[in-house]
Write a protein that binds this ligand. Structure first.
Ligand code: PMP
Length: 439
């Protein structure tokens, strides 16, 4: 095998530059909460491949289920016939889905599934417009990136985008221009008012097919949507016959300590989009809605060569079983409490300039500073770039962890079955690096 440095050099020469890397290294293997690089270096993984390997890398039961399916049937094309893993997966998911959402379509990636949900909403309502949240991330394909508002890098120099997309603020203090200690009611009232203005000034309700929201905004800064905001959206959608779509691509499948993040509010969407954690790394996504809504799509309007791949479905069935057998949600609750306690303790040290610790379960963020870092004359301007600096130094010290959003935010997405000891190790590295960067 080639030396690690040679492999990196090969990658730098032949892999498209548009693909950014957190570290210029090569991953060789992954086991549980750790990845091993071709240099032999082991890193604790608090990224889970961006919220995907929720059960740790190469969970033996998931990998075994995929391997077994590989020897049985790999490509049971979904437009040729039903296939067993597809149906069995639905059977596994039905008990954990919001009541009444029982008609499924599986895809490969989150972006495809988001776009599919928009297609359903448009066809069902015969309306064209979509309202999305400021700060949202829904993917990189043309339709999905047109509905993404977390960073301009995703759309820069790529116009024209999909038309008919309107934007309203998400109740995140920084995003909506409030200080970190703003009370939730003020924030939510402001955002619902802005939504009503969008509906009266920009996109008439009779032209609006859907409101699309991440139940916990992900790439935009790891902020759970407050219950009262989701309730407000539900009321507006019910009043005007608009389809409410929850994107649970990153926050679903136990990430927030509930099977789906929407359970924290009890608000039910008309359509839910899911992906990532469903199959622990095998490409699989999907949408679920009521049969009456989903059946508005005529036969032949849904499909895709690899959609609902049999190996991915087999892996997802194993994941659903492991979630139960290994009491994953209980572990999330216990580790979440420890993680929050450690981060709140760090926040007490004012030298570290932590303005916010937030999240649910093991989808947690720490924000540094409280001013828009683009305002060069504010004290927080000196914090510009700290989140990236922290994530780079963490990697050098043995911890993979990601920054997110246009603000100075670090996101914690460790495996849902991470042990207390592993969490402690990761927090030790994080604290050391934060003190080094900010003190
Ligand atoms: N929606 C959300 C909330 C996401 O976090 C992501 C991926 N980060 C996507 C959609 C897009 O998923 P994919 O990369 O699988 O297309």
């Amino acid at each position: 095998m080639q030396a690690s440095a040679e492999l990196v050099a090969f990658g730098q020469k032949h892999v498209a530059k548009g693909l950014n890397h957190l570290i210029e290294e090569v991953i060789q293997s992954g086991q549980g909460s750790y990845v091993t690089m071709s240099s032999g270096r082991r890193l604790l993984d608090f990224t889970c491949g961006i919220g995907v390997t929720n059960l740790g890398h190469c969970h033996p039961k998931v990998s075994q289920a995929a391997a077994d399916q590989c020897l049985k049937m790999v490509h049971a094309q979904c437009s040729i016939a039903y296939h067993e893993p597809y149906l069995e997966l639905i059977n596994c998911l039905l008990p954990v889905m919001p009541s009444g959402l029982d008609s499924f379509f599986f895809w490969n990636s989150g972006a495809e599934a988001v776009e599919q949900a928009i297609k359903v909403a448009r066809q069902a309502t015969r309306r064209q417009n979509v309202i999305v949240m400021q700060g949202a991330y829904h993917g990189r394909t043309y339709g999905a990136m047109s509905m993404t508002r977390s960073k301009t890098i995703y759309t820069e120099a790529s116009a024209p985008l999909m038309p008919g997309v309107f934007v309203t603020p998400f109740p995140y203090w920084h995003q909506a221009g409030f200080p970190p200690n703003v009370d939730e009611k003020t924030l939510v009232d402001h955002c619902l008012h802005q939504l009503k203005l969008v509906l009266s000034q920009q996109s008439a309700p009779s032209d609006t097919a859907a409101i699309l929201i991440e139940t916990v905004i992900g790439e935009g800064g790891y902020v759970p949507a407050p219950k009262s905001f989701l309730e407000g959206l539900r009321r507006v959608c019910d009043e005007h016959g608009i389809i409410l779509i929850f994107d649970e691509v990153q926050c679903g499948f136990g990430r927030t300590g509930k099977y789906f993040a929407l359970e924290w509010s009890g608000v039910k969407p008309d359509l839910m989009v899911f992906a990532k954690g469903i199959a622990n790394g095998f490409p699989l996504s999907g949408i679920v809605g009521s049969k009456s809504l989903m059946d508005k799509m005529k036969p032949g309007t849904m499909g895709g060569t690899y959609a609902g791949n049999a190996v991915s479905c087999a892996a997802a069935i194993a994941c659903a079983k492991v979630m139960q057998e290994e009491n994953i949600l209980q572990n999330v609750e216990a580790r979440s409490q420890e993680l929050f306690a450690a981060l709140h303790k760090l926040k007490e040290d004012s030298a570290l300039q932590i303005s916010d610790v937030r999240g649910q379960g093991l989808m947690v963020a720490v924000e540094f500073g409280s001013e828009l870092h683009s305002a060069a004359d504010t004290p927080a301007a000196s914090l510009k770039g700290v989140a990236n600096k922290i994530s780079t130094q963490c990697a050098e010290n043995g911890l993979l962890i990601l920054a997110t959003s246009v603000f100075e935010v670090i996101r914690f997405i460790p495996p849902l079955n991470i042990s207390k000891e592993e969490l402690l190790v990761g927090m030790g590295i994080f604290e050391k690096v934060v003190r080094n960067v900010l003190s």
